[in-house]
Design a protein around this ligand. Structure first.
Ligand code: FAD
Length: 403
Protein backbone atom coordinates (compact mmCIF):
# COMPACT_ATOMS: atom_id res chain seq x y z
CA UNK A 1 0.00 0.00 0.00
CA UNK A 2 1.20 3.50 -0.84
CA UNK A 3 1.54 6.01 1.94
CA UNK A 4 0.71 9.46 0.59
CA UNK A 5 2.34 12.69 1.69
CA UNK A 6 -0.88 14.05 3.16
CA UNK A 7 -1.52 10.94 5.25
CA UNK A 8 1.99 11.17 6.34
CA UNK A 9 2.86 14.49 7.90
CA UNK A 10 0.28 13.78 10.58
CA UNK A 11 2.22 10.51 10.82
CA UNK A 12 2.04 8.52 13.99
CA UNK A 13 -0.40 11.04 15.40
CA UNK A 14 -2.94 9.77 12.88
CA UNK A 15 -2.10 6.19 13.79
CA UNK A 16 -2.53 6.88 17.47
CA UNK A 17 -5.73 8.85 17.00
CA UNK A 18 -7.21 6.03 14.94
CA UNK A 19 -6.48 3.62 17.78
CA UNK A 20 -3.89 1.74 15.76
CA UNK A 21 -1.85 0.78 18.79
CA UNK A 22 -0.22 -2.36 17.43
CA UNK A 23 -0.53 -5.42 19.63
CA UNK A 24 1.10 -8.75 19.08
CA UNK A 25 -0.86 -12.03 18.96
CA UNK A 26 -0.32 -12.49 22.68
CA UNK A 27 -2.15 -9.17 23.30
CA UNK A 28 0.76 -7.04 24.43
CA UNK A 29 2.23 -3.88 22.89
CA UNK A 30 5.18 -4.29 20.55
CA UNK A 31 8.53 -3.49 22.15
CA UNK A 32 10.95 -1.45 20.06
CA UNK A 33 14.55 -0.71 21.05
CA UNK A 34 16.33 2.27 19.48
CA UNK A 35 20.13 2.31 19.40
CA UNK A 36 21.19 5.96 19.62
CA UNK A 37 19.90 9.09 21.33
CA UNK A 38 20.76 11.56 18.54
CA UNK A 39 18.06 13.58 16.82
CA UNK A 40 16.92 10.70 14.58
CA UNK A 41 16.61 8.18 17.41
CA UNK A 42 14.81 10.82 19.47
CA UNK A 43 12.31 11.77 16.74
CA UNK A 44 11.67 8.10 15.97
CA UNK A 45 11.07 7.44 19.68
CA UNK A 46 8.36 10.13 19.77
CA UNK A 47 6.53 8.71 16.75
CA UNK A 48 6.72 5.10 17.91
CA UNK A 49 5.71 5.85 21.50
CA UNK A 50 2.89 8.07 20.31
CA UNK A 51 1.63 5.29 18.06
CA UNK A 52 1.50 2.94 21.04
CA UNK A 53 4.77 0.99 20.99
CA UNK A 54 6.73 0.28 24.14
CA UNK A 55 9.96 2.12 23.35
CA UNK A 56 13.43 2.00 24.91
CA UNK A 57 16.18 4.33 23.68
CA UNK A 58 19.72 3.09 24.43
CA UNK A 59 22.33 5.87 24.27
CA UNK A 60 25.96 4.98 24.87
CA UNK A 61 27.06 8.44 26.05
CA UNK A 62 24.37 11.10 26.43
CA UNK A 63 21.63 12.52 24.17
CA UNK A 64 23.06 14.41 21.15
CA UNK A 65 26.61 13.19 21.94
CA UNK A 66 27.26 12.31 18.28
CA UNK A 67 26.93 14.28 15.03
CA UNK A 68 23.79 15.96 16.33
CA UNK A 69 25.64 17.92 19.00
CA UNK A 70 28.22 19.21 16.47
CA UNK A 71 25.73 20.08 13.74
CA UNK A 72 24.96 23.42 12.11
CA UNK A 73 21.35 22.21 12.20
CA UNK A 74 20.11 24.19 9.21
CA UNK A 75 16.73 22.79 8.15
CA UNK A 76 16.82 23.12 4.38
CA UNK A 77 15.65 21.45 1.17
CA UNK A 78 18.79 22.16 -0.86
CA UNK A 79 20.20 19.24 -2.87
CA UNK A 80 20.81 18.59 -6.55
CA UNK A 81 18.16 15.87 -6.83
CA UNK A 82 14.40 16.44 -7.18
CA UNK A 83 13.34 13.18 -5.46
CA UNK A 84 15.53 13.75 -2.45
CA UNK A 85 14.49 17.39 -2.31
CA UNK A 86 10.84 16.28 -2.13
CA UNK A 87 11.62 14.17 0.94
CA UNK A 88 13.38 17.14 2.54
CA UNK A 89 10.47 19.45 1.78
CA UNK A 90 8.13 16.94 3.47
CA UNK A 91 10.40 17.00 6.44
CA UNK A 92 10.29 20.80 6.64
CA UNK A 93 6.48 20.52 6.84
CA UNK A 94 6.91 17.89 9.56
CA UNK A 95 9.38 20.16 11.40
CA UNK A 96 6.83 22.97 11.38
CA UNK A 97 4.25 20.62 12.79
CA UNK A 98 6.61 19.34 15.52
CA UNK A 99 7.64 22.90 16.34
CA UNK A 100 4.00 23.87 16.76
CA UNK A 101 3.10 20.73 18.75
CA UNK A 102 6.14 20.34 20.95
CA UNK A 103 7.92 23.72 21.06
CA UNK A 104 11.17 22.67 19.37
CA UNK A 105 12.58 26.22 19.42
CA UNK A 106 13.09 26.38 15.63
CA UNK A 107 13.92 29.74 14.04
CA UNK A 108 12.21 30.21 10.64
CA UNK A 109 14.21 33.03 9.05
CA UNK A 110 15.16 31.49 5.70
CA UNK A 111 18.67 31.47 4.31
CA UNK A 112 21.01 33.23 1.91
CA UNK A 113 23.52 31.24 -0.19
CA UNK A 114 26.10 32.65 -2.57
CA UNK A 115 29.11 31.75 -4.68
CA UNK A 116 32.16 33.85 -5.48
CA UNK A 117 33.71 34.03 -8.96
CA UNK A 118 32.76 31.73 -11.80
CA UNK A 119 33.59 28.32 -10.25
CA UNK A 120 30.36 27.13 -8.65
CA UNK A 121 27.73 29.26 -10.37
CA UNK A 122 26.21 26.38 -12.36
CA UNK A 123 25.88 24.25 -9.22
CA UNK A 124 24.11 26.95 -7.22
CA UNK A 125 21.89 27.86 -10.18
CA UNK A 126 20.83 24.23 -10.49
CA UNK A 127 19.87 24.26 -6.81
CA UNK A 128 17.89 27.48 -7.29
CA UNK A 129 16.02 25.88 -10.22
CA UNK A 130 15.11 22.83 -8.12
CA UNK A 131 13.97 25.02 -5.24
CA UNK A 132 11.76 26.94 -7.68
CA UNK A 133 10.22 23.68 -8.98
CA UNK A 134 9.75 21.95 -5.63
CA UNK A 135 9.53 24.44 -2.83
CA UNK A 136 9.37 28.21 -3.30
CA UNK A 137 10.51 30.98 -5.63
CA UNK A 138 14.07 31.80 -4.52
CA UNK A 139 14.86 35.51 -4.53
CA UNK A 140 17.94 36.14 -6.68
CA UNK A 141 20.41 38.56 -5.14
CA UNK A 142 23.79 40.13 -5.82
CA UNK A 143 26.42 41.13 -3.22
CA UNK A 144 24.84 44.50 -2.27
CA UNK A 145 21.42 42.77 -2.32
CA UNK A 146 22.62 40.41 0.40
CA UNK A 147 23.57 43.36 2.60
CA UNK A 148 20.22 44.97 1.82
CA UNK A 149 18.42 41.78 2.92
CA UNK A 150 20.55 41.61 6.06
CA UNK A 151 22.38 44.86 6.87
CA UNK A 152 24.95 43.21 9.17
CA UNK A 153 26.35 40.84 6.49
CA UNK A 154 28.94 41.99 3.92
CA UNK A 155 29.86 39.19 1.53
CA UNK A 156 32.45 41.20 -0.45
CA UNK A 157 32.88 42.11 -4.12
CA UNK A 158 33.32 38.63 -5.55
CA UNK A 159 29.70 37.42 -5.28
CA UNK A 160 28.66 36.13 -8.70
CA UNK A 161 25.36 34.42 -7.91
CA UNK A 162 23.19 34.39 -4.77
CA UNK A 163 19.68 33.54 -3.68
CA UNK A 164 17.51 33.85 -0.63
CA UNK A 165 14.93 31.34 0.54
CA UNK A 166 12.27 32.24 3.04
CA UNK A 167 10.98 28.91 4.32
CA UNK A 168 14.02 27.17 5.75
CA UNK A 169 14.90 27.35 9.40
CA UNK A 170 17.35 26.19 12.00
CA UNK A 171 17.31 24.73 15.49
CA UNK A 172 19.58 24.22 18.45
CA UNK A 173 20.06 20.49 17.80
CA UNK A 174 20.91 19.63 21.40
CA UNK A 175 17.81 21.37 22.73
CA UNK A 176 15.66 19.77 20.00
CA UNK A 177 16.97 16.27 20.79
CA UNK A 178 16.30 16.67 24.51
CA UNK A 179 12.87 18.05 23.68
CA UNK A 180 12.00 15.03 21.49
CA UNK A 181 13.25 12.62 24.17
CA UNK A 182 11.24 14.42 26.81
CA UNK A 183 8.09 14.17 24.67
CA UNK A 184 8.82 10.49 23.98
CA UNK A 185 9.06 9.89 27.74
CA UNK A 186 5.71 11.64 28.17
CA UNK A 187 4.29 9.06 25.75
CA UNK A 188 5.78 6.30 27.90
CA UNK A 189 9.21 5.71 26.30
CA UNK A 190 12.26 4.91 28.42
CA UNK A 191 15.58 6.62 27.67
CA UNK A 192 18.61 4.90 29.17
CA UNK A 193 22.10 6.44 29.19
CA UNK A 194 24.96 5.87 29.36
CA UNK A 195 24.07 2.44 27.97
CA UNK A 196 25.86 0.86 25.01
CA UNK A 197 24.28 -1.87 22.91
CA UNK A 198 27.06 -4.46 22.70
CA UNK A 199 25.37 -7.43 21.00
CA UNK A 200 22.26 -8.08 18.90
CA UNK A 201 20.76 -11.56 19.23
CA UNK A 202 19.05 -13.31 16.33
CA UNK A 203 17.38 -16.73 16.64
CA UNK A 204 17.91 -19.77 14.38
CA UNK A 205 15.13 -18.60 12.05
CA UNK A 206 16.94 -15.29 11.51
CA UNK A 207 14.58 -13.27 13.73
CA UNK A 208 15.95 -10.60 16.05
CA UNK A 209 15.04 -11.31 19.69
CA UNK A 210 17.06 -9.19 22.13
CA UNK A 211 20.01 -6.89 22.74
CA UNK A 212 22.83 -7.12 25.24
CA UNK A 213 23.81 -3.76 26.70
CA UNK A 214 26.11 -2.40 29.38
CA UNK A 215 22.95 -2.23 31.56
CA UNK A 216 21.83 -5.83 30.92
CA UNK A 217 19.84 -7.76 28.32
CA UNK A 218 16.49 -6.59 26.88
CA UNK A 219 13.96 -8.74 24.98
CA UNK A 220 12.46 -6.77 22.10
CA UNK A 221 10.25 -7.28 19.03
CA UNK A 222 11.98 -4.70 16.80
CA UNK A 223 15.26 -2.84 16.84
CA UNK A 224 16.07 0.47 15.13
CA UNK A 225 19.69 1.46 14.65
CA UNK A 226 19.94 5.26 14.67
CA UNK A 227 23.56 5.13 15.67
CA UNK A 228 25.11 7.73 13.35
CA UNK A 229 28.76 7.13 12.46
CA UNK A 230 28.68 3.98 14.63
CA UNK A 231 26.22 2.39 12.16
CA UNK A 232 28.91 0.23 10.47
CA UNK A 233 29.77 -1.19 13.89
CA UNK A 234 26.13 -1.77 14.90
CA UNK A 235 25.39 -3.45 11.55
CA UNK A 236 28.50 -5.61 12.02
CA UNK A 237 26.86 -6.99 15.19
CA UNK A 238 24.46 -8.66 12.74
CA UNK A 239 27.34 -10.03 10.71
CA UNK A 240 26.76 -7.50 7.89
CA UNK A 241 29.20 -5.05 6.30
CA UNK A 242 28.31 -1.41 5.78
CA UNK A 243 30.49 1.58 5.03
CA UNK A 244 30.19 5.34 5.46
CA UNK A 245 32.28 8.16 3.96
CA UNK A 246 34.48 10.10 6.37
CA UNK A 247 33.40 13.78 6.54
CA UNK A 248 34.69 15.89 9.39
CA UNK A 249 33.47 19.45 10.06
CA UNK A 250 34.63 22.21 12.43
CA UNK A 251 32.07 24.18 14.41
CA UNK A 252 32.42 27.03 16.88
CA UNK A 253 29.74 28.49 19.11
CA UNK A 254 30.51 31.96 20.43
CA UNK A 255 29.46 33.48 23.72
CA UNK A 256 26.22 35.51 23.33
CA UNK A 257 26.37 38.73 21.26
CA UNK A 258 23.59 41.22 20.55
CA UNK A 259 21.01 39.44 18.37
CA UNK A 260 21.36 40.47 14.71
CA UNK A 261 19.91 37.87 12.34
CA UNK A 262 17.50 34.94 12.12
CA UNK A 263 18.89 33.62 8.79
CA UNK A 264 21.41 30.94 7.88
CA UNK A 265 24.24 32.12 5.61
CA UNK A 266 26.27 29.93 3.29
CA UNK A 267 29.37 31.37 1.63
CA UNK A 268 30.37 29.20 -1.31
CA UNK A 269 30.63 25.99 0.75
CA UNK A 270 33.45 27.59 2.77
CA UNK A 271 31.72 29.00 5.84
CA UNK A 272 28.18 28.65 7.15
CA UNK A 273 26.93 30.73 10.07
CA UNK A 274 23.76 31.53 11.98
CA UNK A 275 22.70 33.05 15.29
CA UNK A 276 20.37 31.87 18.05
CA UNK A 277 17.88 34.21 19.70
CA UNK A 278 19.99 34.10 22.88
CA UNK A 279 22.79 35.73 20.84
CA UNK A 280 25.20 32.79 20.36
CA UNK A 281 26.66 32.64 16.87
CA UNK A 282 27.44 29.25 15.33
CA UNK A 283 29.95 29.18 12.49
CA UNK A 284 31.54 26.28 10.67
CA UNK A 285 34.09 25.25 8.08
CA UNK A 286 32.85 22.54 5.71
CA UNK A 287 36.03 20.55 6.30
CA UNK A 288 39.30 21.14 8.16
CA UNK A 289 41.69 23.55 6.40
CA UNK A 290 44.26 21.63 4.38
CA UNK A 291 47.10 21.58 6.95
CA UNK A 292 49.46 18.73 7.90
CA UNK A 293 48.12 18.97 11.49
CA UNK A 294 44.74 17.80 10.17
CA UNK A 295 45.96 14.59 8.59
CA UNK A 296 44.51 12.47 11.44
CA UNK A 297 41.20 14.35 11.47
CA UNK A 298 40.82 13.90 7.71
CA UNK A 299 41.48 10.18 8.09
CA UNK A 300 39.42 8.98 11.08
CA UNK A 301 37.12 10.03 13.91
CA UNK A 302 39.07 11.48 16.82
CA UNK A 303 39.15 14.25 19.41
CA UNK A 304 41.17 17.42 18.66
CA UNK A 305 44.82 16.31 18.78
CA UNK A 306 45.83 19.30 20.94
CA UNK A 307 44.33 22.20 22.87
CA UNK A 308 46.48 24.60 20.79
CA UNK A 309 45.05 23.35 17.50
CA UNK A 310 41.54 23.50 18.93
CA UNK A 311 41.96 27.13 20.01
CA UNK A 312 43.65 28.05 16.72
CA UNK A 313 40.61 26.68 14.87
CA UNK A 314 38.25 28.76 16.93
CA UNK A 315 40.23 31.99 16.39
CA UNK A 316 40.69 31.29 12.67
CA UNK A 317 37.02 30.45 12.11
CA UNK A 318 35.81 33.49 14.03
CA UNK A 319 38.19 35.83 12.13
CA UNK A 320 37.18 34.36 8.74
CA UNK A 321 33.50 34.77 9.67
CA UNK A 322 34.12 38.36 10.85
CA UNK A 323 35.22 39.29 7.31
CA UNK A 324 31.59 38.72 6.27
CA UNK A 325 29.74 39.25 9.54
CA UNK A 326 31.80 41.86 11.47
CA UNK A 327 29.58 41.62 14.56
CA UNK A 328 31.54 38.48 15.58
CA UNK A 329 34.93 40.26 15.41
CA UNK A 330 35.51 40.33 19.17
CA UNK A 331 33.50 37.22 20.01
CA UNK A 332 34.89 34.58 22.35
CA UNK A 333 34.50 30.88 21.53
CA UNK A 334 32.21 29.12 23.99
CA UNK A 335 32.29 25.65 22.36
CA UNK A 336 34.82 24.35 19.81
CA UNK A 337 33.54 21.18 18.19
CA UNK A 338 34.94 18.64 15.81
CA UNK A 339 32.01 16.79 14.25
CA UNK A 340 31.83 13.73 12.01
CA UNK A 341 28.92 13.44 9.62
CA UNK A 342 27.11 10.11 9.22
CA UNK A 343 27.61 10.26 5.46
CA UNK A 344 26.39 7.40 3.23
CA UNK A 345 28.64 6.88 0.21
CA UNK A 346 26.05 8.35 -2.20
CA UNK A 347 25.00 11.10 0.25
CA UNK A 348 21.44 9.77 0.35
CA UNK A 349 19.61 8.45 3.42
CA UNK A 350 19.80 4.74 4.16
CA UNK A 351 16.53 3.68 5.82
CA UNK A 352 14.63 0.41 6.19
CA UNK A 353 15.00 -3.19 7.30
CA UNK A 354 18.54 -4.54 7.43
CA UNK A 355 18.64 -7.22 4.69
CA UNK A 356 18.41 -10.68 6.20
CA UNK A 357 16.79 -9.58 9.50
CA UNK A 358 13.36 -8.11 8.80
CA UNK A 359 12.72 -6.89 12.35
CA UNK A 360 15.92 -4.80 12.60
CA UNK A 361 15.69 -1.39 10.91
CA UNK A 362 18.52 1.02 10.24
CA UNK A 363 18.47 4.74 9.53
CA UNK A 364 21.59 6.71 8.82
CA UNK A 365 21.93 9.93 6.88
CA UNK A 366 23.65 13.22 6.45
CA UNK A 367 21.27 16.19 6.79
CA UNK A 368 19.75 14.23 9.65
CA UNK A 369 18.60 17.41 11.37
CA UNK A 370 16.53 18.37 8.32
CA UNK A 371 15.25 14.81 7.92
CA UNK A 372 14.68 13.67 11.52
CA UNK A 373 10.93 14.43 11.71
CA UNK A 374 9.99 12.73 8.44
CA UNK A 375 12.30 9.74 8.85
CA UNK A 376 10.97 9.24 12.39
CA UNK A 377 7.42 9.24 11.02
CA UNK A 378 8.20 6.81 8.20
CA UNK A 379 10.12 4.49 10.48
CA UNK A 380 7.28 4.40 13.01
CA UNK A 381 4.69 3.91 10.28
CA UNK A 382 6.55 1.02 8.66
CA UNK A 383 7.11 -0.74 11.98
CA UNK A 384 3.59 -0.18 13.32
CA UNK A 385 1.70 -1.06 10.13
CA UNK A 386 4.04 -3.28 8.11
CA UNK A 387 3.38 -0.98 5.10
CA UNK A 388 6.24 0.25 2.94
CA UNK A 389 6.45 3.91 1.99
CA UNK A 390 7.04 4.26 -1.76
CA UNK A 391 8.96 7.49 -1.35
CA UNK A 392 11.67 5.56 0.54
CA UNK A 393 12.27 3.09 -2.31
CA UNK A 394 15.51 4.78 -3.51
CA UNK A 395 16.89 4.86 0.03
CA UNK A 396 16.72 1.22 1.08
CA UNK A 397 19.71 -0.54 2.74
CA UNK A 398 19.59 -3.17 -0.03
CA UNK A 399 21.65 -0.83 -2.21
CA UNK A 400 24.59 -1.46 0.12
CA UNK A 401 23.82 -4.68 2.01
CA UNK A 402 22.71 -8.01 0.59
CA UNK A 403 20.75 -10.55 2.62
C1 FAD B 1 29.72 19.72 11.16
C2 FAD B 1 28.35 19.19 10.83
C3 FAD B 1 27.41 20.03 10.24
C4 FAD B 1 26.15 19.53 9.91
N1 FAD B 1 25.21 20.40 9.42
C5 FAD B 1 23.95 19.96 9.16
C6 FAD B 1 22.94 20.88 8.76
O1 FAD B 1 23.17 22.09 8.65
N2 FAD B 1 21.70 20.38 8.50
C7 FAD B 1 21.40 19.05 8.65
O2 FAD B 1 20.27 18.66 8.40
N3 FAD B 1 22.35 18.16 9.05
C8 FAD B 1 23.60 18.59 9.31
N4 FAD B 1 24.57 17.73 9.75
C9 FAD B 1 24.25 16.28 9.80
C10 FAD B 1 23.42 15.95 11.01
O3 FAD B 1 23.94 16.59 12.15
C11 FAD B 1 23.40 14.44 11.19
O4 FAD B 1 22.94 13.84 10.00
C12 FAD B 1 22.46 14.05 12.35
O5 FAD B 1 22.81 14.73 13.53
C13 FAD B 1 22.52 12.54 12.55
O6 FAD B 1 21.73 12.24 13.67
P1 FAD B 1 21.69 10.75 14.22
O7 FAD B 1 20.72 10.75 15.33
O8 FAD B 1 21.47 9.83 13.08
O9 FAD B 1 23.18 10.45 14.65
P2 FAD B 1 24.01 10.95 15.95
O10 FAD B 1 23.64 12.32 16.37
O11 FAD B 1 25.44 10.71 15.64
O12 FAD B 1 23.50 9.98 17.06
C14 FAD B 1 23.89 8.63 17.13
C15 FAD B 1 23.95 8.29 18.61
O13 FAD B 1 24.13 6.88 18.72
C16 FAD B 1 24.90 6.64 19.86
N5 FAD B 1 25.44 5.28 19.73
C17 FAD B 1 26.31 4.82 18.80
N6 FAD B 1 26.56 3.50 18.98
C18 FAD B 1 25.80 3.11 20.03
C19 FAD B 1 25.61 1.86 20.69
N7 FAD B 1 26.25 0.73 20.32
N8 FAD B 1 24.76 1.83 21.75
C20 FAD B 1 24.09 2.94 22.14
N9 FAD B 1 24.24 4.14 21.56
C21 FAD B 1 25.08 4.23 20.50
C22 FAD B 1 25.95 7.73 19.82
O14 FAD B 1 26.53 7.98 21.09
C23 FAD B 1 25.15 8.92 19.31
O15 FAD B 1 24.66 9.75 20.36
C24 FAD B 1 25.83 18.18 10.14
C25 FAD B 1 26.76 17.35 10.77
C26 FAD B 1 28.01 17.85 11.13
C27 FAD B 1 28.98 16.95 11.85
Amino acid sequence: MIITRRSFIAGAAALAAAGHTRLLAEGRKIRVGIVGGGIIGASTAVQLARAGAEVIVFEKEEPAAGATGASVAWINPVVNDAHYMKLRVESIDAWQEDDMLYGMGAIWGGSISWVNGEGNIAKLKAKADLIRETYEEPKLLNGPGITEACPVVFPGDEVSYAFQTRKDGHVDPVFATHRYLHIAERYGAKVIYPCEVTAIKVDKKGKFTSVATTKGDFDLDYLVSASGTATPHVVSLLGQKFELAHKPGLVVHTTPLPFETNKVFEDDGYIEFKQYYDGRVLTRFGSPPDLPQHAGIRDHEMAYPSQDLKEWHARHLISETAKIFPSVKDAEPAKILLGFRPYPLDNRPVIGPVPGVSNVFMVVTHSGITLAPILGRYMAHEIMTGQQADILAPYRPTRYISA
